[in-house]
Design a protein around this ligand. Structure first.
Ligand code: SF4
Length: 258
């Protein structure tokens, strides 16, 4: 797909692959699964195969045709480092990204192990941002994998945030308050939709503090539907930041991109 995106931190999505499989707690209410499974078995429908991995090679060249520079979220309905996506195909995607420096590509994965295994297979030009999703402290190790990657701009999608994230402890027993060193951007968001799990306001401040310690930009996307209801917000996902306490109204981009 080359759709204009409703996601506040990007301009468009580029879906050369659709489909994925669940890998951790953050995947429980996967939006992409809900969207695609609805059409499973509908003959001729784009999502006839539901959430099964499907390559979409006809979309590969799309970014070459976009004249205006865009921020492009790569594979919003999949995970580029899923083991069932052939390496050669991912290489073709990287070739396009490297040959389209006018665009900024945002890659987000929960497959941190394959991401690192393949670190030297691709060139990460400055226009290719790389991020991992971290939903709670159980998946904090993804951050350590990301830090080892050769991308210049590295980001975290802490969405859906379903638990607090603590810094690890140093050898002397103190918390390592600089453990986000090397991370340029933290996106924070609560879950929305059926079965949404609550985000707690008390989890946000410490993350902002950790980001500030290392000069990372912060983007608070939404409070999530449960917290929005609790706070009496009118926006369903709690995405209208004019309704928030001023302390949370932070929507920054790395590299002064906007
Ligand atoms: S990794 Fe992302 S796309 Fe894949 S199942 Fe989990 S939430 Fe969905």
């Amino acid at each position: 797909m080359g759709d204009k995106s409703k996601i506040q931190w990007t301009d468009a999505t580029w879906g050369c692959v659709t489909g994925c499989s669940k890998v951790s707690a953050g995947c429980k209410n996967c939006y992409a699964e809900t969207l695609t499974e609805r059409f499973r078995g509908v003959p001729g429908h784009y999502f006839e195969n539901g959430f099964d991995i499907k390559l979409r090679p006809d979309k590969l060249d799309l970014p070459r045709r976009w004249q205006k520079p865009r921020m492009v979220f790569v594979n919003s309905l999949s995970d580029i480092f899923h083991k069932d996506i052939p390496l050669d195909y991912v290489k073709q995607m990287f070739k396009v990204m490297n040959e389209c420096p006018q665009h900024t590509f945002q890659i987000l994965t929960k497959r941190h192990e394959r991401m690192l295994e393949l670190a030297n297979e691709f060139k990460y030009s400055d226009n290719i941002w790389l991020g991992v999703s971290v939903e709670d402290n159980n998946n904090r190790e993804r951050i350590e994998y990301l830090k080892k990657m050769p991308a210049k701009t590295k980001f975290l999608s802490l969405e859906p945030l379903i638990g607090p994230i603590y810094p690890p402890k140093k050898a002397n027993g103190d918390f390592d308050l600089y453990f986000l060193k090397g991370i340029n951007w933290c996106i924070i968001g609560g879950e929305s939709g059926p079965g949404a799990r609550p985000m707690d306001l008390s989890w946000i401040g410490p993350i902002i503090g950790l980001a500030r310690n290392v000069g990372a930009a912060v983007f608070i996307k939404q409070m999530g539907s449960v917290l929005a209801k609790e706070l009496g917000l009118k926006s369903r996902k709690g995405e209208d930041m004019s309704e928030w306490h001023p302390a949370w109204r932070i929507r920054e981009f790395p590299n002064d991109k906007r």
